[in-house]
Write a protein that binds this ligand. Sequence first.
Ligand SMILES: [Zn+2]
Length: 430
Amino acid sequence: MRRARRAGAAGGASLDDAREVMRRCDVLAGISSMDGGIERVYLSPEHARANAQVAEWMGAAGMRPWQDAAGNARGSYPGATPDAPVLLLGSHLDTVPDAGRYDGILGVMIAIAVVRRLHANGVRLPFALEVLGFADEEGVRFGRTLLGSCAVAGTWDPAWLDLEDADGVTMREALAAFGLDPDAVGEAALDPATLVGYLEAHIEQGPLLLDAGHPLGVVSGIMGAKRFDLTMEGAAGHAGGVPMRHRRDALLGAAQTALAVERVALARGVVGTVGQMTVGPGAANVIPGRADFSLDVRAATDADRDKAWEEIRAHAVEAAGERRLAFTERLRHEARATSSERRLSEAVEAGVTAATGDAEPMELLSKAGHDAMAIASLTPYAMLFVRNGNGGVSHHPDEVVSVEDVALAIDAFEAAVLAAAQRVQDGLSA
Ligand SMILES: [Zn+2]
């Protein structure tokens, strides 16, 4: 195994690699459907162009590039033997509307940079590497997240083919227009028996590394999330004519619930957000007869999350009772909390230590979802977080990483892959 460079500061070659990674993030940022901003959604012409560009970079890095049945960009780098198992590296290439240029993209570019180094040095590992640029993580077009990684994990649901985008185009139609066979998407799935695990580098979508002064962090797990559509129904009426005490104001029940979300989340150490609310009929002189609002709850464990939701629901029911409203709930989305695997995390930790000289790298729990959540049902995972240079701003054009941090991230990710190789080697010879 190659010795790590001087710990704590990336060398000139690493900075060159980091500049190239940043340049590639800029190139992909230019492949956008949005004027003056970044937007790249699943099965769009921009998705195809991004895949073609990424395939070119994968080929130049010594990989065999290909596109799978779900539209994921993939690149294979052989191991020391033809029957070697596979270590997956990756993240996503799609974006939210008016996105930053690093969320997802950075992880794919770092993975390619690492394979490029191994290839340049003629290194073959006891496992093959496969870099995955997932086609859909954000779920912007069809309202269902993690489509690319679910296809690879073997959890693709054919019922999703009937989901429609904002223009009424079904996923089935979009896949066909993209040149893919809608009934063959499941073929993107991998066999867990052939895999070592999955490593993902990602920009931190929070401020913790920046606040603590660490360029890199090791992810201990990803919070489980539940998302609900909630409704309060009362009675619309004249804003002048109906006395205050006679009102059944749906907005007030919803607002009371939103305040309870904050109280419960603070008390229980979870996060809860009401991010959408529409009030009907929606006129300045009409009492709101109906309020539809969303709730997103996340916690370190599924049990913590569910307890918080039960308490929030009790407050909602109470608010509805006081105000003579009808409260209804619908679960829109659920993702289980996942933990990174200890041995792979130790490899990432060793990588961070080798790159930064930090003997005890900072550990973080991810509150944002990542492809690793979907891949967790296929194979163990570990993740590396790269410091967000702008106080955690993400899903926003002002998302920033520094070239120095990216250089350390490439060094750490490479060292993590080599540490994982050492562990596989030791395991094989033990
Ligand atoms: Zn992401």
